[in-house]
Ligand binder design. Structure first.
Ligand SMILES: NC(=O)c1ccc[n+]([C@@H]2O[C@H](COP(=O)([O-])OP(=O)(O)OC[C@H]3O[C@@H](n4cnc5c(N)ncnc54)[C@H](OP(=O)(O)O)[C@@H]3O)[C@@H](O)[C@H]2O)c1
Length: 244
């Protein structure tokens, strides 16, 4: 699929990896919609950057764990552009929850945003995509969805769910809509992570360093423009973390 003139939605596109993806798509001359939940200032700045690249953009506020909010995002896109060609499900949370203090609420927070959110976005986006023959959905998973680490049980399970969701959606939506996932390894540390902890993470990666948002954006570009013969797949962009 060529991106020029296409309409894409990047959830969580105001900052960090989502922003890198949004700008990479704008550079390919797609019209880029970003959704944000709390980062209004960053969303405005990213929208300006999209427009400065010569693309049309739109920033929509939404809590994507709620179906009514997701539907409103799709309605805005339909009114503004009349179509949707690509959905990138990047919005997510990353909440530390040691098992001893884990609560039902902690489970719901991770699963509602990280798994139900991408499901709802795919459900409503696919209806919009089908009006014009099809599209592509790309879900951001995590290598930890395959090899969970400690203290993040709901997060790891939510990302395992994203991998399952990707395969099930690919089957449901073929042949018109292609659904794939990208499973990043350590790509962009959370702001709260200490320098020492960042270093420790890097030493455990076979390639001995963190990746970057551009590595993930490049994989997104590949899934959209590089092939039209992939669905139900997971690309690990993880510096070899999975084989460590
Ligand atoms: N960073 C890494 O190294 C890494 C590694 C493996 C996998 N990943 C995956 O790659 C993706 C991007 O990573 P990231 O580190 O850039 O993500 P992030 O900073 O943790 O979160 C991205 C955005 O998700 C939005 N979000 C959170 N809860 C939401 C909700 N209920 N409704 C709507 N939006 C919500 C937030 O928007 P607001 O700021 O507007 O509130 C946030 O900016 C994620 O899916 C992540 O799990 C990242």
């Amino acid at each position: 699929m060529r991106l020029e003139g296409r309409v894409v939605l990047v959830t969580g596109g105001a900052r960090r990896i989502g922003q890198a993806i949004a700008l990479a798509l704008a550079r390919r001359r797609a019209h880029v919609v970003i959704s944000y939940r709390t980062s209004a200032r960053e969303a405005r700045a990213t929208l300006r950057a999209i427009q400065n690249l010569g693309s049309e953009g739109l920033a929509v506020q939404a809590d994507l764990s709620r179906g009514s909010a997701v539907q409103r995002v799709m309605d805005r896109i339909a009114r503004r552009f009349g179509r949707l060609d690509v959905l990138v499900n990047s919005a997510s949370n990353f909440l530390r929850s040691p098992f001893e203090t884990l609560t039902e609420r902690g489970w719901d927070e991770a699963l509602d945003t990280n798994l139900k959110g991408p499901f709802l976005c795919a459900l409503y986006a696919s209806r919009l995509m089908r009006r014009h023959g099809g599209g592509k959905i790309i879900n951001l998973a995590d290598w930890a969805g395959v090899r969970p680490y400690r203290d993040y049980l709901p997060y790891c399970v939510s990302k395992a769910g994203v991998i399952g969701l990707t395969k099930a959606l690919a089957k449901e939506l073929a042949p018109g809509i292609h659904v794939n996932a990208i499973a990043p390894g350590p790509s962009l540390p959370p702001a709260r992570m200490s320098a020492a902890a960042r270093k420790r993470v890097a030493t455990r990666v076979p390639l001995k360093r963190w990746g970057g948002p551009q590595d993930i954006a490049n994989a997104v570009l590949f899934l959209i423009e590089g092939t039209d013969f992939m669905t139900g797949s997971v690309i690990f962009v993880d510096g070899g973390q999975l084989i460590a």
